[in-house]
Ligand binder design. Structure first.
Ligand code: HGY
Ligand code: MN
Ligand code: MN
Length: 415
């Protein structure tokens, strides 16, 4: 479908119906028919099914496909010493939406397939990567594939267990992966990394724009806090003598919200809570909850981490319930590359669209790849800013415009 643009030149367009069909087909894998949410976690049959579908799309697009030592799916097009890498992820959060990650992988494949069909001969190799376990849903530790590619993944981190006590290393071996030595997955040939992703916030909707250029990515610090009280009989234990781990944790969680109520940069979220022994007639003896702290500034994250843990300790002491905490994952915030930002802006303006720059509150694989290559990100408008929710939605029009802009940028970079 040729797109008339301001200077009357008709330019090559991606195959919009093919891309939208691929998005629809992939979204059926791991879909909860009741809620419409998608549950596609790393090293599961649903993920394996999704991998097979994505590999078939990559091959149709003229790519050769390999799986690296930690399970990244890598489609390669063309040759060259330098690589233009495009990517995102196909795993999801619990009850996730159909666009988070999946759009970036499928749009990148569509860009390569259009390049292939146009018989362009890029001077650089182009790769499309579906990174392993970006979300960290199963192990409470994410961005595994991009950490490995950036040389940031450690043997110790692969010992993190899921709720069934299976470690990441064991899960990898169950899927016939041999991750060691971890250096095998490290890359030093990436000339530029570009990721197209839904915004997952409201900025582009407020600006009434289909796309935006990311200037920086706020990074997650994930903590796990355990509060230890005493399990006792709910009926026979007078209130003043209790050491209730759940009421203590509840006061702590509200204290976190209170500490951040006036900030604009940082955010903190308690997303998971586990109560033991979890009986109606038992005073909770042990409660574990997670804290997800984000900011674009690393110093502010660490200041907030210390202030929150200090405040929680105070509550623990007053209530006489010991508290312990551990870091589940810590990622560096990242700035995107100015040249790649400019290239994306040029492609956006070629379509007569005002280019708008914004920070990503959500984390992405690009944060890790920033350690070994210049990174760029193109955001696509999210309806109502909703994401990590079955209601997550980006319009077909926005997706098609964004992918055409992405195509234009990749063709320029791969020349
Ligand atoms: O947590 C994040 O920001 C991303 O969705 N993994
Ligand atoms: Mn996500
Ligand atoms: Mn994502």
């Amino acid at each position: 479908m040729p797109f008339p643009i301001p200077n009357e030149r008709v330019i090559v367009m991606i195959n919009d119906s093919r891309l939208l069909q691929h998005l629809q087909d992939l979204s059926q894998i791991g879909r909860n028919e009741e809620t419409g949410g998608i549950n596609r976690f790393s090293f599961t049959p649903e993920e394996q099914q999704a991998i097979e579908l994505v590999v078939s799309y990559m091959e149709e697009a003229g790519m050769t496909v390999v799986v690296d030592a930690v399970g990244n799916i890598i489609g390669t097009y063309g040759e060259g010493n330098e690589t233009i890498m495009l990517g995102s992820h196909i795993d999801t959060v619990p009850e996730g939406g159909k666009y988070d990650g999946a759009l970036g992988v499928l749009a990148a494949i569509e860009v390569v397939q259009t390049i292939h069909e146009q018989q362009l001969s890029p001077s650089k190799k182009i790769e499309v990567v579906a990174f392993k376990d970006e979300e960290g849903t199963r192990f409470g530790f994410g961005l595994i594939g991009s950490r490995a590619m950036a040389g940031l993944l450690t043997h110790q981190q692969l010992q993190q267990n899921d709720e069934a006590g299976i470690s990441i290393e064991e899960a990898m071996k169950q899927f016939q992966l041999s991750p060691f030595p971890l250096e095998k997955a490290k890359r030093n040939d990436i000339r530029a990394y570009l990721e197209m992703h839904i915004e997952q916030g409201k900025v582009l909707e407020i600006e009434d724009l289909p796309v935006g250029v990311v200037t920086g990515i706020a990074a997650p610090l994930w903590l796990e806090v355990t509060v230890t009280g005493v399990s006792e009989h709910a009926g026979a234990t007078p209130m003043p003598t209790r050491h209730d781990a759940l009421t203590a944790a509840s006061e702590m969680i509200l204290a976190i919200e209170q500490m951040l109520k006036d900030t604009t940069d940082s955010v903190a979220t308690v997303g998971k809570l586990n109560v033991r022994p979890n009986g109606v007639n038992v005073i909770p003896g042990k409660v574990t909850f997670t804290i997800d702290i984000r900011d674009i500034d690393e110093q502010r994250i660490s200041t907030l981490e210390n202030a929150i843990l200090k405040q929680l300790q105070k509550i623990a002491e007053r209530r006489n319930v010991p508290l312990s905490s551990q870091v589940l994952q810590r990622v560096k915030p990242a700035k995107t590359d100015a040249t790649l930002q400019q290239q994306l802006k040029d492609s956006i303006e070629k379509y007569g669209i005002r280019s708008h720059s914004l920070i990503s509150g959500a984390g992405h694989d690009a944060m890790n790849i920033a350690a070994v290559a210049p990174i760029g990100m193109l955001f696509v408008r999210s309806k109502d800013g909703i994401s990590h929710n079955p209601l997550e939605y980006s319009s077909s029009e926005d997706i098609v415009i964004a992918t055409n802009i992405f195509y234009d940028t990749v063709v320029e970079l791969a020349k």
